[in-house]
Design a protein around this ligand. Structure first.
Ligand code: MG
Length: 203
């Protein structure tokens, strides 16, 4: 199982980090050891003083495919979830300045909490989904999939030109604006269209 993540897929988030709005998808990966399930606590690593939350819609790939056309890409995922793309922003900033890869900032252990999955058929319109992240009862990030720069189908078509998608792979589809630092003791709650899917603590 692999985790593919899309960077800068909401224009307002790209701008808040002073990044250009991309014209093709920006992708990176996290290993399976990044996955954190069942609302288990996230233990703040010691190597970073600036771990950021990024709430994201997550797709679960339902069958193997490569060179998938955008027209058929919707057939390659049946379930969606919420995830947090934890990012060591201090490390990422240094690596970006030097033109180095992002793995140490993005792919560390437990950097990808993911909720239970819901059937996509449960939602009337995948491109009008409200989702948000509350921390200690206060809303920090609020997004709607209508603001995606690259649709789920475009992401699947794009990624599968380069990397074969396999059943069970996860795709993090990008975060809306409002990213920020988490601290030990924080209580994170993620909501998708009113369903509370994420509910865990930073320890
Ligand atoms: Mg992200």
């Amino acid at each position: 199982m692999k985790i593919i993540a899309i960077g800068r897929n909401y224009a307002e988030h790209a701008k808040e980090l002073n990044n250009p709005v991309p014209t093709t998808p920006v992708i990176f990966m996290k290993p399976d050891t990044a996955l954190l399930k069942d609302n288990k606590p996230f233990y703040h690593p010691e190597f970073s003083q600036d771990i950021h939350h990024e709430i994201e819609l997550v797709l679960k790939v339902s069958k193997e495919g490569k060179h998938i056309s955008e027209k058929f890409a919707a057939n390659y995922f049946e379930e969606i979830a919420l995830g947090v793309d934890f990012t060591a922003r201090d490390i990422q900033t240094k690596h970006k300045e030097k033109g180095l890869p992002w793995e140490l900032a993005k792919a560390f252990d437990n950097s990808a909490p993911v909720s239970n999955f819901l059937p996509k058929a449960q939602f009337a319109d995948l491109y009008n989904l409200n989702f948000k992240l509350d921390i200690n009862g206060e809303t920090r990030q609020q997004g709607n999939t209508k603001d995606l720069l690259f649709s789920f189908e475009r992401i699947i078509a794009f990624v599968s030109q380069y990397i074969t998608l396999k059943k069970g792979d996860l795709i993090f589809t990008g975060t809306p604006e409002g990213v920020g630092k988490v601290a030990v003791g924080d209580h994170l709650e993620g909501f998708l269209e009113g369903n509370k899917l994420l509910d865990f603590y930073v320890k």
